[in-house]
Every structure is written in C-alpha cells, then in structure tokens.
Write a protein that binds this ligand. Structure first.
Ligand code: SF4
Ligand code: FES
Length: 367
C-alpha cells in the first residue's frame, strides 16, 4: 500500500516548555521519566520552532508543561509566538504566577489562558494536586486573568474522587468569569495508568456526569461553553485520539523531540525526530515516526474493514500498547477488539478499591 499523503498542516502545536511543576497530580500526562531542566530548548530555539510551525500552517500554539511558568523566560517565549503570528494559549496551574508576571505575558502578546483546577473544594483540590494552598492561589490568579481582559478557560480533570462535585465545578467556572469549561475525564496513560484503581469512575458516576454536562450546556447556552472529554473504559468505540496519529496535532517535548501525541515517547521502536536537527515541515511530512500510524494503511482487522476507520482512526496507539503490548493493535476501547475484555476487568478491579484510595503522586525522576 502506498504511504498515506500528509494532511496539509497540523491545526495546533503543543509546546511542552518544561516538565518542572509545583503540583504532583496523580493523572499527569507527562512521561514517567521527566526531562531535566538542562535539556530544555532555549527561548530562541522555541522561537525558531514557532516560525517553522507558522510557515507550515499552524495557527494555534498551546504552551504547556509541566508548568510553563516554571520557565523564567516565559515572556520571551510568548513574544516569539506573537512575532510568528501564532495564537497563544497558556496552559497553567496558575500557582506561581502573580500580577507582575501576568502583566509581562500580556505585554508579550499572550492571547488566552487555560487554568487547571483539581476540584471545586480547596481541601480535596489540594490533596489531588499534592500541594497545600494551591487552590486558593488558583482562584486569585483567575481573578487576575479576567481583570487583565484575557479570555479564560477553566480545565477540570474529573475522576472518581471529584466527580460528585461536577455541578460545583460548573458553578466555579461561572463565578470565575470563564467563557469556556473543559471537563476532561482522566485518560489512562503514564501516571494515570498507575493510579487507575483510585481514579476510574463507575458507570453510574459517568452517566450522572454526562447528564449534568448535557443539562448545563442547555441551561448555560450563550454564557459558558462546556467541552466534554469522555473516558474510554466504559466505551464501546474509541475516540479519535489526537484527531488521528499525525493528522491534527504536533507535540514538541521540553528537550525538542517532535511527537504525534504527548504520550508517544513511551512507545518502543521509535526514533522521534529532534527539532534541533530536522525542520518541522520535514518532520510532519516525511519522518517515519509521523507516517507510522497515519491514515488507515497500517491497520489490522477489524479496523481495516470497519466503516468507522476514518472517524476514529483506530483509536489510541499508546493505549493499545499499554494494554496489549502492541502499538499496532486495535484500541481495546473498541468492543470489536479481541482485547476489549481487559477494560471490563480493569473496571471491576477499580470498583473493588475504596472510593478514597490513596494516590501515587507524580514525582520528578529526571532522565
Ligand atoms: Fe474504530 Fe477499529 Fe473499532 Fe472500527 S474496529 S470502531 S476502526 S477501533
Ligand atoms: Fe498517544 Fe493516544 S495518547 S496515540
């Protein structure tokens, strides 16, 4: 089969500026082994990556981490993004940003802030994030953002230990003046997979949350946009992870590796290209890593003959690898996968754990 032609351009660039972070969330999407500060791309190197991304056709830049504000040169990085003409979204925990630093980011041309909260109640939020006092600081930072005139999105990762407060999280988003709320069920990679038994919601919890979101979308139409990312473990069909491998998003790690998704570095047998050594356009269009699972030519049965293959693109490669040991397998979230029973088993095991099971917190084990 001829190789799949590359799609015209990624919609977004996810720039992981650092793995350093003051929080220790047990569902962190960072890899288990974190990049050292000394290996991070410099602000000028990021600037070159942003210019190349803009030339490729990228419009949106997500500045992420770890905690991007752990970079003291964050304003210089934002200024590079503005010069490249990219719309910049800062994905932050907000706990280390004060008025002066926010002001410097606004002056550098920042366009949008996405602030994470761990729960609607401070005690629980601080326990989940593993940092005392964090929730209160986030509320102060949210007020600074809205006062600055920047648009604010609130991001709430939800799971078994905070889902009952989903209505309160929606109220919190309204109170803080957010225009958008992202309610994202935990996706079970890396640290989250280690904490699966403590985080996985029951079917009843999931159904109640889905109904809450549907009702709030209706009643808050025109006031608050709610995005909703569902979990795979109660699903019959998978999601199009990252919009399909190498189709919509390009991730660059703190040390400059280009990935089709944030978790891909954990897949064996890949040599992910280095943005210091290869231009972004070549990485996107020619690199073996981005072409490996692009399109449908790589698919095994049952995906190969399935009429959903260009809707979900076979689901998630990282989940397939984590659960079956084979990144090219059909995502076990699909009921047609021969491995689908693994998810039912995982749900049964998680339901046997107590509702307040202890977390294994993310820790900085640098490579
Ligand atoms: Fe998607 Fe493959 Fe399942 Fe079809 S068989 S729904 S393409 S994961
Ligand atoms: Fe890597 Fe889904 S997280 S493909």
């Amino acid at each position: 089969m001829p190789p799949e032609p590359p799609p015209p351009a990624p919609l977004g660039l996810l720039a992981e500026l650092t793995h350093r972070c003051p929080l220790r969330c047990p569902y962190c999407s960072n890899p288990l082994s974190l990049a050292r500060a000394s290996s991070e791309l410099s602000a000028d190197e990021w600037g070159r990556v942003f210019e190349e991304a803009a030339a490729l056709g990228v419009l949106q830049l997500h500045l992420s981490g770890g905690e991007p504000a752990a970079r003291r040169d964050l304003a210089a990085i934002v200024a590079h993004a503005a010069r490249a003409g990219l719309y910049s979204n800062l994905i932050t925990s907000g706990v280390t940003l004060d008025a002066a630093r926010l002001e410097s980011l606004v002056r550098a041309g920042l366009d949008h802030v996405q602030l994470s909260v761990q729960d609607a109640e401070a005690d629980s939020a601080d326990r989940i994030g593993g940092l005392a006092g964090a929730h209160a600081r986030k509320l102060e930072f949210a007020a600074l953002v809205t006062a600055s005139g920047l648009p604010l999105t609130l991001n709430a990762v939800v799971h078994r230990q905070n889902l009952e407060r989903l209505p309160a999280l929606i109220d919190l988003a309204l109170r803080l003046g957010a225009g958008r709320l992202e309610v994202a069920h935990v996706q079970y990679h890396g640290w989250a997979l280690r904490n699966r038994d403590a985080l996985l919601p029951s079917r009843a919890q999931l159904d109640a949350a889905t109904a809450t979101v549907a009702a709030a979308r209706e009643s808050l139409r025109g006031r608050l946009v709610i995005d909703y990312v569902t979990p795979d473990y109660h699903a019959r069909r998978p999601k199009a992870c990252m919009g399909g491998w190498g189709r919509a998003v390009l991730v660059v790690t703190p040390a400059g590796r280009a990935l089709p998704c944030h978790a891909a570095e954990g897949l064996p047998g890949f040599d992910f290209p280095d943005v210091r050594a290869m231009p972004l356009r070549r990485i996107w269009t020619e690199s073996a890593a981005f072409r490996r699972f692009r399109g449908t030519g790589w698919m095994p049965e049952p995906c190969r003959g399935c009429d959903r293959r260009e809707r979900d693109w076979g689901g998630c490669r990282c989940q397939a690898h984590a659960l079956t040991g084979d990144a090219a397998a059909t995502d076990p979230a699909c009921a047609l996968s021969p491995h689908h029973a693994l998810l039912d088993l995982a749900v049964r095991e998680a339901m046997a754990a107590p509702d307040d099971a202890a977390f294994r917190y993310r820790e900085m084990r640098a490579r």
